[in-house]
Write a protein that binds this ligand. Sequence first.
Ligand code: PLP
Length: 374
Amino acid sequence: MRSWAEIDLARLERNLRLIRKSIPSNFKYVSVVKADAYGHGILHTASRLMQSGVDLFAVANVKEACEIREMGSGWPILILGPLLEEEDEALIELDIIPSLSSLDEVRRFQDLSRLRKRKIKVHLKVDTGMGRMGVWWEKASELFRAIKSADGIELKGILTHFAEPAHEGFSQLQKDRFQKIIDANLPPPLPSDFIIHADNSSSLKVLQKNSVFNAVRIGLLQFGVTPPSHSALAHLEVEPVLSFHAKLALVKDLPAQTSLSYGRLHTLDRDSRIGIISAGYGDAIPLHCGNQASALIRGTIYPIVGRVTMDQTLIDLTDAPRDLQNGEVVTLIGEQKSNKIPLETLAFHGKTIPWELLCSITKRVPRIYLTKRE
Ligand SMILES: *Cc1c(COP(=O)(O)O)cnc(C)c1O
C-alpha cells in the first residue's frame, strides 16, 4: 500500500460511550454518518454503531440512507438535507424520515401518503438563524397547522441548527426563537418518542441539561476529532478513530541553494537529505500543508518542505538517521511511539477544517479496519 487510513472501531465505540455518559440519560443519541461516515466508511462504522447503542442515524440524503437501510430494516434514519421531488418515493421504499421545511413538502408528502396508503413520519426543521434549511421560525406555526391537518403526515420530532455554536449570544437567540415555536405549537405532554434536537459536536459543551431538548446530533466528535475553537471539549477524552499513513518511497541528497517542487516555494539553506512520501493531495494531504505541516517516521517529526503535489510530498530528512529506507512507514495523522499528529493540526496547517479534511480522503486511500473488541 502506498497510502492508507486505519480506522479503529473499538475507539469509535469508546467515544460513543463517553459522549453518552456526558449527556442526560434520557437523551436520544442521533449519530450523524453523512459523507460516508465522515470518510471513515459507512458500512463498517454504522454496523459497529448499531451494536453500540445509537438511537437514530442521520445522513445527508436518500442515497446515504439507502446504504444504511441495506444493512438492516428497523433503524430509524433521518435525512438532514432537503429532498428532491424525484426522491419522494424513497421515503416509502426505504422507510426513512425527512426533515421538512416547506408547505410544498407537506403537500407532496400528503399526496404520496394517499397514493401509497402509508403514513409518512417527518421531523420539522426550523430555521432560527442558520439561513439554510428549515422554515423561517416566524412562519413555523403556519407549517405546524398544515402538518396537523395533513392526516398522512406524522410529526416525530423538531430540530434546528446553530450557525455559530461558539457565539453564546447568537446561539441563545436561536434557542429563544426555537423555544417560542415549541411553546406555541407543542403543548405538553409530548409523545414519549418525540424528539427535540439542535446540539451537535460543537455545542455539546454548552448544552443546557434542563432545556427543552431531549436529543443530540453528533458527527465529528464520535470520530474522536474535536471542533476548532472548542478546546473546552477536551474534558471529553475522545480518541481519534482514524489515522493516515503513507510510505517513504525515495531518499536523496541535494546541494544547498536547490529549490524544491512546483513554484520553488522552498530553497535549501544547507546540503540536505530529502525524502519523498508516496502521498499528496490526491490522497489526503491538503495543498496548503506545503512548508507548514510535518510527518512522523519512527516516532520523530520531520517538516514537509515545498509545495505538496498530487501524488508526492517532500520532507526534510537531513537530521534523520542515515539508515531510513525505502518502504518506511510515514504517519501524517496519528501516533508513532510517544509522538502524535492530530487531524486537527493537519487541518489547521492545510487552512481547512477537520470536517473538510475527513471528506477529502480520496478513493485511492484504502480504509483498513481494526475490528478488535474491548
Ligand atoms: C452534519 C450535521 C450535524 C453534525 O455536526 P458535527 O459538527 O459533525 O457534530 C448535525 N446537524 C446537522 C443538521 C448537520 O448537517
